[in-house]
Design a protein around this ligand. Structure first.
Ligand code: PLP
Length: 369
C-alpha cells in the first residue's frame, strides 16, 4: 500500500521558491530579531483580524502565558477552560501560577459547554479561556454575556482556528485578547515555532510587548519581572507574511477536503464533524468518531496508514495534572469522546488523488470492522 505524503513536506514542494526567497531576504537584511519582518507581520496579522494590535511571540503556549499575564492573571487566580484541548492550553494557566477550572464540552461539537461556565465562577475567577477546538469557535455570544455579567475578560485560544468565523466575526476578535500558534501543522504554520497574541486594548498590547522582551520598556531597562524572552524571529515572521496572503486559499482547500469526506463517508458508522450554528469551520483537525475506534485504527495500520488521535487522554486525566484532583468521571463527555475520536488526514496540500486513495482504504476497513 502506498505511504501517503502528508503535511508540510508536500506544502514545501508547492511553495519552495517563495519560502526560500523569504529566508534569503531576511538573511540578507542584517536583521534577525525584532526587525521589519516581525513589524510587518504584526501589522498584517492584526489587520486580517480587524484588531488594533498583534504581538509576535515564540510559540502558542507562550502566546497564552503572556496573554494571561497581560490580563493580570497570576498566582491564586482561577481560569475557566476545558480539559478537552491540547495540553498547552492548561500548561499556560499553570505557568502563571493560576488554577485551571474545567467545564465539560458539548458532545456534538466537542466545544466548551458554555452553559456550565457560570456555575464554575468563584470570587477567585480572573479569566475565561475558551478553546476553538479543531477549527471552530466555542459559543462566543453566550460566553460574552457571562463575561459581561461577571466583569471577566475572555482570552480566546485560537491555536486551532486561524480564519474561523462565528456569525461573521473572526476568531480572536471577540475576546479581550486571543492567542495563536504557528506550529508547522497549524492552519497558518511557520517553518519552526511561532505564535502571536492579539488585542484591541493598547495597554494590553504595551504589556505584551514588554513581557516578550525581558520585561524591558526601553532597551536595557527592565520595568517589570518576571521578564521573558518570547520573541518571534524574523525568518518565521517573513515566511508567515507570505503564507498569510494564502491563508484564505488554505481555508477553501480544507473545506473542500472536508466536503469530500462528508460526501464519501456518509452512510458509514463514522460520526462526521458537526458545525455549530453560525460557525464557519476551518478544519484544523478533521475529527471523526467510531464506537470501535481502536479496531478501525488497527485495521488501517495493516494498510500502512497510521492516523492520529487528537487527543487520546483528556488533560485532567494525564499524570502531570494529578494535582488538579479531577478524578475519572468528573467530565463525562470529555472522557467518552477520548475513547472514540480519531483524525482523518487534513492538510491544505493534501492532493485530491491522495484523498481518494485514502478514502478507498478507509471505506474498505469500515466495511469490515
Ligand atoms: C498547538 C496548540 C497550543 C500551543 O501552541 P505551541 O505553538 O505548540 O506552543 C495551544 N493551544 C492549542 C489548542 C493548540 O492546539
Amino acid at each position: 500500500m502506498t505511504q501517503f505524503v502528508w503535511g508540510y513536506v508536500r506544502e514545501y514542494e508547492n511553495e519552495r521558491d517563495d519560502i526560500l526567497d523569504a529566508v534569503d531576504s531576511v538573511f540578507r537584511s542584517g536583521r534577525l530579531v525584532l526587525g521589519p519582518a516581525v513589524q510587518g507581520f504584526e501589522r498584517e496579522f492584526a489587520d486580517y483580524h480587524g484588531v488594533a494590535h498583534a504581538v509576535g511571540v515564540d510559540n502558542g503556549t507562550n502566546a497564552i502565558v503572556l496573554g494571561l499575564r497581560a490580563l493580570g492573571v497570576g498566582a491564586g487566580d482561577e481560569v475557566i477552560t476545558v480539559s478537552n484541548t491540547a495540553a498547552p492550553t492548561v500548561l499556560a494557566i499553570d505557568a502563571v501560577g493560576a488554577t485551571p477550572v474545567f467545564v465539560d464540552v458539548v458532545e456534538e461539537t466537542y466545544l466548551m459547554d458554555v452553559g456550565q461556565v457560570e456555575e464554575a465562577i468563584t470570587e477567585r475567577t480572573k479569566c475565561l479561556l475558551p478553546v476553538h477546538l479543531y477549527g471552530q469557535c466555542a459559543d462566543l455570544t453566550a460566553l460574552s454575556a457571562v463575561a459581561t455579567r461577571h466583569g471577566l475578560p475572555i482570552l480566546e485560544d485560537c491555536a486551532q482556528a486561524h480564519g474561523a468565523r462565528q456569525h461573521g466575526r473572526i476568531a480572536g476578535s471577540v475576546g479581550k485578547a486571543a492567542a495563536f500558534s504557528f506550529y508547522p501543522t497549524k492552519v497558518l504554520g511557520a517553518y519552526g515555532d511561532g505564535g502571536a497574541t492579539i488585542t484591541d486594548d493598547p495597554e494590553v498590547d504595551a504589556k505584551l510587548r514588554r513581557l516578550r522582551y525581558y520585561g524591558m520598556e526601553d532597551v536595557y531597562h527592565v520595568v517589570e519581572t518576571p521578564g521573558h524572552n518570547s520573541r518571534l524571529d524574523e525568518v518565521q515572521a517573513e515566511i508567515l507574511r507570505r503564507k498569510l496572503k494564502r491563508l484564505d486559499g488554505y481555508l477553501e482547500r480544507r473545506r473542500e477536503i472536508a466536503a469530500r469526506y462528508a460526501d464519501a463517508l456518509a452512510g458509514t458508522d463514522l460520526v462526521l464533524p458537526a458545525t455549530a450554528e453560525g460557525n464557519d469551520h476551518v478544519y484544523y483537525v478533521h475529527v471523526v468518531r467510531h464506537p470501535r475506534r481502536d479496531d478501525v485504527l488497527a485495521a488501517l495500520k495493516e494498510h500502512d496508514v497510521t492516523l492520529n488521535i487528537s487527543y487520546p487522554w483528556p488533560v485532567h486525566l494525564q499524570r502531570g495534572f494529578a494535582h488538579l484532583a479531577y478524578g475519572r468521571g468528573s467530565l463525562p463527555v470529555t472522557e467518552k469522546l477520548a475513547g472514540e475520536i480519531f483524525s482523518l488526514p487534513m492538510y491544505a496540500s493534501f492532493a485530491p488523488e491522495e484523498q481518494e486513495k485514502f478514502i478507498d482504504v478507509l471505506r474498505g476497513v469500515l466495511a469490515r470492522v
